[in-house]
Design a protein around this ligand. Sequence first.
Ligand SMILES: [Zn+2]
Length: 297
Amino acid sequence: MELIDSHCHLDAPEFDADRPVVMAAARAAGVAGIVVPAYVAARWHELLTLCRAHAVASSPGLPVLWPALGLHPVHLAAHDDADVGVLADALAAHADVVAVGEIGLDRFLPELTAPAAWARQVRLFEAQLALAKQHDLPVIVHARRCHADIMACLKRVGHRSGGILHAFSGSVEEARQYRRLGLHLGLGGPLTYPQANRLRAVAQALPADAFVIETDAPDLIPHPQHAHHADGRPRQPGERVRNSPAYLPSVLATFAELRGEAPEVLAAQFWQNTVTALRLPSVMASPGVTASATAIS
Ligand SMILES: [Zn+2]
């Protein structure tokens, strides 16, 4: 059973000390590919270098890495308005970039919702959507407490090239609206918590071709792993447990349980969905899975 982690910040400093070990553990857990979305321009070069060192077929025993480039809304203070121009140049220069991401809007953090900050978030998001349109690239979108705003931006710019609404946290109706806009829904660790009723309803209500799975590591630890660190030490109060792409099977297992479907069948479907959503190189198409005939319009 082979999986793609459709969203993992493997380039983050949290993995600097043991990145090869984390990657080997992920591969041993069945994760054959990882999409690595960017968050600040200052780290794009490092991210591309990491992904190129693990491009298709270059690293037996380790997952393939695919880069996405973008300006993450939560890191608004770190962005320079000139970064959009740098992104335009980078997308023109680097054909291996699979998507524009992580981009989006965030109404969860108070410092991001002041009028000037919010206006800047919208401006940067729409400028990056316009670049995705220009380059016919999918997008990887972050959305917290602002689904109507996100959908308005997608419509205003005329986004048609698909992508993923990552760490989806909305309602069944909002999930259906994103599907009509051509996006897949990324679900991860939050789905594995027993009290996540709304998210669990989404995972059950839509057809399996709507979803991709993700970890968002080092964030969003799944429930089965939340009580212990990777070395077995119990989590102390106030401590955070680092998430890992190796924990992706926990998300798949929850999905299979909720939908009453075999993990192997869902794994093949999610693989194909990720390949479709991000138009990943066909060399990674999972054997035995027919191309999705799902029309997204
Ligand atoms: Zn992310």
